[in-house]
Ligand binder design. Structure first.
Ligand SMILES: Nc1nc2c(c(=O)[nH]1)N[C@H]1C(S)=C(S)[C@@H](COP(=O)(O)OP(=O)(O)OC[C@H]3O[C@@H](n4cnc5c(N)ncnc54)[C@H](O)[C@@H]3O)O[C@H]1N2
Ligand code: MOO
Length: 403
């Protein structure tokens, strides 16, 4: 039997297929979530753009509050986008709303609760009594406190998150230059496969891989240009691959093991097949078809899912330009289980947060099983058990891979 490749060795081979993105596009903020920035971005305006109040109250000069209570003349008001605001001169105050500009001359805001004035919608008083001393500068949010115009906000390669969209809008940016999504085709092979929802004839099975892998690829930042199925005939497969729309990556499932009908293996030149020391996901294929990179995952659905997570997603990260390291998290086993000797186990697990730490438990009562697709969604992650360890005992540390 040929020696098994380590996961790392096989991943290194897979990654040789990828290249950094080359096409860019400008997208409006409301279409930019999940995209990867192609350039650094600087702030167009400062945040906050002007000195403003953090409280509803009165803008005053701290020097006037040396002795409290003190009565000050109210010379005007500063609300959101109010017109010209009078200066605060010694002995005076300006009523100010949260977010309102702090008038020239004022250096401090006294919340309305610390005055003789009621909170809420009341007419502008002619005088206000300040009843409590506040420190100089209190409740004033200074211009550029967060970022100054010209400061770096994002670096090329940053992922556009909801918070990043907020930051972009705040610094005056309305669109972002991002890498174009890599186009991907997903193809499930297998004569037994039929459309989800259709009645099953004897021996038929609903194709769960293509919809799952398309979703995984989309979630990883790809644009799924084509997804579908074909049977076990290598000639049909070759014709289908030849007629795909332009894509930068093809993901296939099935047809990579040792059976008689293995269309990927029988396709001919361009692909290399390997056995990887992992479970599930041992039989793998990679290479180029018509110049396009192709990853051939095993047909068992959990094997396909794990293969995407371990090989497909890192390759797509190269193609999307996304910087994302693997964050290893050590948790503890809530119960014991066994694994395959000599192969790294990736076991779907549920995470349990307990007062004494984070624990994981196999998400299916049968533990490991590459066909257990109908309960795969119950897993919060994959427990990763080293090749040389075949038994995990309750309470022992175990590595958790997020999915
Ligand atoms: N003699 C050997 N047999 C097998 C070996 C081996 O080393 N020697 N390896 C086993 C392992 S491990 C795996 S994993 C599978 C991989 O098989 P294939 O990639 O060739 O996949 P298929 O035979 O086409 O299908 C396997 C299984 O999964 C079901 N399947 C396939 N595609 C889908 C789909 N799109 N949606 C849902 N289910 C799918 C298929 O019906 C089979 O039940 O090989 C082992 N055998
Ligand atoms: O390697 Mo297979 O993916 O164990 O079922």
């Amino acid at each position: 039997m040929p020696a098994l490749l380590t996961v790392e060795d096989y991943l290194a081979r897979v990654l040789t297929l990828g290249h950094s993105p080359r096409r860019v596009e400008t997208v409006p903020l409301d279409a930019a979530l999940g995209r990867v920035l192609a350039v650094d971005v600087a702030a167009a305006v400062s945040v906050p753009p002007f000195d403003n109040s953090a409280m509803d109250g009165y803008a005053v000069r701290a020097a006037d509050l040396a002795v409290v209570p003190v009565s000050l003349t109210v010379v005007g008001e500063s609300a959101a986008v109010s017109g010209p605001i009078p200066r605060v001169v010694p002995g005076s105050a300006v009523r100010v709303m949260t977010g309102g500009r702090v008038p020239i001359g004022a250096d401090t805001v006294v919340p309305v609760e610390q005055t003789d004035q009621p909170a809420g919608a009341v007419p502008l008083p002619s005088r206000v009594e300040i009843r409590a001393a506040v420190r100089s500068g209190a409740h004033v949010r200074r211009m550029a406190d967060d970022l100054a115009a010209g400061d770096p906000v994002f670096a090329a390669g940053d992922l556009v998150t909801p918070a990043a969209l907020g930051a972009a809008a705040a610094v005056g940016v309305s669109s972002l230059l991002v890498w174009a999504r890599p186009r991907v085709a997903v193809l499930a092979t297998g004569a037994e496969l039929v459309e989800p929802g259709s009645a099953l004839a004897d021996g038929e099975l609903h194709d769960s891989n293509s919809v799952m892998l398309a979703a995984l690829a989309g979630e990883a930042g790809a644009d799924v240009a084509w997804a579908g199925r074909c049977g076990d005939d290598p000639t049909e497969l070759a014709a289908l691959l030849g007629g795909l729309p332009p894509v930068e990556l093809i993901l296939t499932t099935g047809g990579v093991s040792a059976g008689v009908y293995e269309p990927l293996r029988q396709l001919g030149a361009g692909l290399e097949f390997c056995s990887v020391a992992m479970q599930p996901g041992k039989p793998q294929g990679y290479g180029r078809i018509n110049g396009v990179p192709l990853l051939a995952f095993p047909g068992n659905p959990v094997s396909s899912f794990v293969s995407f997570r371990v090989f497909g997603r890192p390759l797509l990260d190269v193609c999307t330009g996304r910087r994302r390291g693997e964050r290893a998290r050590v948790v503890r086993a809530a119960e014991g289980w066994s694994g395959p000797p000599g192969r790294r186990q990736y076991l779907p697990v549920r995470v349990e947060e307990r007062p004494d730490g984070t624990f994981v438990r196999p998400s299916h009562r049968r533990g490991s099983g590459s066909h257990l697709v109908a309960s795969l969604h119950l897993a919060d992650g994959l427990a990763v058990v080293p090749d040389e360890q075949s038994v995990v005992t309750a309470g022992e540390p175990v590595m958790l891979m997020e999915v």
